[in-house]
Ligand binder design. Structure first.
Ligand code: AGP
Length: 602
């Protein structure tokens, strides 16, 4: 899940590439590099570490060009280092390539190339690409042909961009990793994700797997691997460049936590059950047609990470309406596919719409004849395009690696989906009535939360445990994941009733227990709270005023709302808690170690 950027046109090429890399850094921050084509050949600079390290190196060099490519890396093959950083070149430094994905057959290709005299300078799988191009060029093929022939020998997943000395052209292709083209007044852009060039243009082409695109300052063409033209429509994205900026907050994560009131308002606005179709903000758009679900008897959710927790929440909302539902981790769904019935709807929950495990599981389900639905945040994402239908959570761009507003928007969308499937108009309107009250309630939490004070109190704890029942269970899992991701502290989420069957052995006076006391189980949670309090553990309840007990040490209060939606509010408190603990521990909150925003490799 690296980040690729490319540009050819009248703007300052280096500045455009570096801006793109800054906007893509949430996709990987192990190393960064650029290659610019100029009359002397190809200028290439790359450094281990963040984009700031690359900028520092460039500041003392004279790097320029009239077209170029750039890369931020999340290491898969070869440790973070200058040598393993992209771009990679051929033996003559005439061809420079950046790659996102995994070349499965790279070792045999490398062996063959080494045997025919090519010298490799990195441990990466990606470095075989420029050497393969070099072979075809020295066999007299044109750059376009050499690039296309090279792609035919690659197995695995890739998004690739290439510049070659002697011409202001960018050659690029995608197969399994995302790649978009930006059509601007000042030239043509290429990137792994739209936010990279959103401040320059909102006109975008979403490339499909197997597409090759050739950009030059006189225009662009999209072809298939045999050179036949393929037509791809230009779409205008609704996201604003400001959406991709920090907006005065210290971190994208905190900004995105504070964006939840407006995000939830968007995720609910204009979604009305009609006998025609479920509209999207007034005009009927590509939202769900009742006929799509009329023969559905059960739902199979597949997802990863935070999206998996949102799907677990959705499963509960369906179950409460008597609809059979199951949630499986995407990577496990692929590893051991569960039995599916013809009347099962398979739903992939994925904010980026590009998570490789989830895409593979969706393809597996579709290959078995299942109807598939993507619930995603990104219009034009692979999941949205490959599934039979898509519902959008409308959270806007999420840059912080730790998902926050997208969890709330996913659960909000799933609550409406559950009510829609229950086919009870009263159900949907009452769910929406309650949902439309949540933006103000979240704002209240953002204004009054005691999370920062509790973070001070507990940030040195040995471990952190989160417990909940019903819809409180996925919120407990999500609370633990958020804290782990950004603070690197040991945290675990459990179904509250499970503690006494083992995990209670971990509970001590140094392990605060956060009890999500929401939903229909408020009284039942009392037993669990007593159990952990009896072991001397500090207990923090997250729930309405009335949900606290004598045994409780601290309380993160949430405004009252319907039992089934209270988990959304409780989770906002846990997001703030994690943020403040990570901030006290001075962690790189937006770019936690070893992680990346969208995991596009298996
Ligand atoms: C959550 O904070 C993480 N970034 C990660 O677990 C994420 O939820 C997971 O990779 C799934 O991503 P998706 O929703 O884009 O598919």
């Amino acid at each position: 899940m690296c980040g690729i950027i490319g540009y050819v046109g009248g703007q300052n090429v280096l500045d455009t590439l570096l801006t793109g890399l800054d906007n893509l850094e949430y996709r990987g921050y192990d190393s960064a590099g650029v290659a610019l084509r100029n009359d002397e050949g190809v200028d290439l600079v790359k450094r281990e570490g963040e984009v700031s390290a690359l900028k520092a190196a460039i500041s003392s060099l004279d790097v320029n060009g009239s077209s170029g490519i750039g890369h931020t890396r999340w290491s898969t093959h070869g440790e973070p280092s200058d040598a393993n950083a992209h771009p990679h070149t051929d033996c003559s430094n005439e061809v420079a390539v950046v790659h996102n994905g995994i070349i499965d057959n790279y070792s045999e290709l490398r062996e063959r190339l080494s045997a025919s005299g090519h010298e490799f300078t990195s441990e990466t799988d990606s470095e075989v690409i420029p050497h393969l191009v070099e072979e075809h060029l020295s066999a007299g093929k044109s750059p376009e042909k050499a690039f296309a022939e090279t792609l035919k020998t690659l197995e695995g997943s890739y998004a690739i961009a290439m510049v070659i000395s002697g011409e202001d052209t960018i050659y690029a292709a995608r197969s399994g990793s995302p790649l978009v083209v930006g059509i601007g007044e000042e030239g043509y852009y290429l990137a792994s994700d739209v936010p990279a060039f959103l401040e320059f243009t909102e006109d975008v082409i979403y490339l499909e797997d197997g597409d090759i695109v050739i950009l030059s300052d006189s225009g662009y063409k999209t072809i298939d691997e045999n050179g036949a033209p393929v037509s791809r429509s230009v779409e205008t994205v609704e996201w604003s460049p400001e959406g991709a900026e920090k907006g005065g907050f210290d971190h994208y994560m905190l900004k995105e936590i504070h964006e939840q009131p407006t995000a939830l308002e968007r995720a609910t606005r204009g979604r009305a059950l009609t006998d025609a179709r479920m509209t999207d903000g007034g005009a009927a758009t590509n939202e769900l047609d009742p006929s799509f679900i009329e023969d559905i008897e059960s739902v199979q959710f597949i997802a990863c990470g935070t999206s998996y927790h949102a799907a677990l929440y959705g499963e509960q909302l369906l179950a409460e309406r008597g609809i059979k539902a199951r949630t499986t981790l995407a990577s496990e769904f692929v590893a051991s596919p569960p039995p599916l019935h013809d009347d099962t709807l398979v739903i992939g929950v994925t904010q980026s719409g590009e998570t490789a495990d989830t895409l593979e599981a969706l393809r597996e389900a579709s290959s078995r004849g299942m109807k598939t639905l993507a619930i995603t945040n990104v219009i034009g994402s692979t999941a949205a395009r490959e599934c039979d239908e898509a519902m959008f959570i409308r959270a806007g761009p999420e840059i912080g690696v730790a998902a926050t507003k997208t969890f709330s928007s996913q659960v909000t969308t799933l609550a409406q989906f559950a009510a829609f499937v229950s086919d009870d108009p009263d159900d949907l309107s009452s769910v929406q009535a309650e949902l439309s009250s949540l933006p103000d309630k979240i704002q209240q939490i953002l204004n009054d939360s005691q999370a920062a004070a509790l973070a001070h109190k507990y940030c040195d704890a040995e471990s952190f445990f989160f417990v909940g029942r019903g819809t409180g269970h996925p919120v407990a899992l999500e609370g633990a994941l958020k804290l782990k991701e950004i603070s690197y502290e040991h945290a675990e989420g459990f179904p509250a009733g499970e503690l006494k069957h083992g995990p209670l052995a971990l509970v001590t006076p140094d392990t605060p227990v956060f009890a999500i006391n929401t939903g229909e189980n408020v009284d039942r949670m009392r037993g669990t709270i007593r159990e952990v309090a009896a072991r001397g553990a500090p207990v923090v309840v997250i729930g309405e005023e009335s949900t606290t007990f004598d045994e409780v040490t601290d309380h993160l209060v949430i405004p009252s709302t319907s039992p089934e939606l209270a988990g959304i509010l409780a989770n906002v408190q846990l997001q703030l808690l994690s943020y403040h603990i990570a901030s006290l521990l001075e962690r790189p909150i937006d770019k936690p170690r070893n992680l990346a925003k969208s995991v596009t490799v298996e």
